[in-house]
Design a protein around this ligand. Sequence first.
Ligand SMILES: *Cc1c(COP(=O)(O)O)cnc(C)c1O
Length: 386
Amino acid sequence: MPRRYGPFGGAFVPETLVPALEELDDAWRRARRDPEFRSELRRLSRTYAGRPTPLYFARRLTRRAGGAEIWLKREDLLHGGAHKINNALGQGLLARRMGKRRLIAETGAGQHGVATAMVGAALGFETEVYMGERDIERQRPNVRRMELLGTHVVAVRTGSRTLKDAINAALRDWITNVRTTHYLLGSAVGPHPYPTLVRELQSVIGEEIRRQSLHAFGRLPSMAVACVGGGSNAIGTFHPLLSTPVELLGVEAAGPRGHPVGAASLTRGRPGILHGSYSYVLEDGEGQILDTASISAGLDYAGVGPEHAWLKTTGRVRYVAVHDGEALAAFRWLARDEGILPALEPAHALYAAMREARRRRPNERIVVTLSGRGDKDLEQVGGDRR
Ligand SMILES: *Cc1c(COP(=O)(O)O)cnc(C)c1O
């Protein structure tokens, strides 16, 4: 597996973590080629997580946009309500194969924490999830879910008390307990081999899009769109399509209108190192991580996976940023037109996709990865009486 994507990626970690990362790299190289591992992952993806997810033609949303057809890749229908289970299940099986008995994870919106808690319970691990205190406050229902699933949620009170601090806390735990513990990282970020490992586990999204597009309309879509937090649902969507003519669009969170950076690392950040990886980062002139802001906790992260940094540099993927209010508009369109409450993260992707659709001809098709469902966000969305 590549350690680098162009100049990006690598493993900038304390000496004590190097053997653990090498052990993980080695275990994954073997597992991914092992037919028994692959068939167990395929079986649980189907019978536990709910794969394959449907590709849905959004007829009324298409009419609203008035241009290209909008199709939705329904990752929101997976167990737990988001694409996170694809990665958690794969890493859980890998950890079992490596003889670990304890899982730790970080979580922002709580979706990855819930996915890890589910897998921890189903595969019989002791599980602890690190979560920033501020995220605990804004994502109560997911904290409750994790606890009911038998996971211990550890409140992180350092720094901005959000995802970046939770990752630091999880890394510290891993350094201390590396012999017994697997760190189940939740996005395509961090030191090698995580960005590649997570991308391979999420690529099932793009592989299914390829197959289902050919089946549904006899060709590949003109464009695929996905939201980018750390970048796992986006890289899973894009990677199997990189060698095709499909246009690829990644959508970051611009935050509240007027905010200097939002959480848009690729469109408003610059190259730098965060959490063991060289990629795009939101930092000031002294290398201090900037305060990020987004209505969606899942996109509220100052870094991004290194493969996205490379795909931006080469120009193969275009990246744009969408404001909180625009994401909320898209949330309402999908609710009213299609009877689907999306998570606020993919509502960003949906807004950008609608804008693209308007400029395109009706014989074009745009696939949007609907990475999760909106139940967790009802409080953020507020009332909507009419
Ligand atoms: C976590 C999350 C994201 C952002 O994470 P990526 O690694 O960028 O995919 C997006 N959508 C949903 C529903 C999430 O839970």
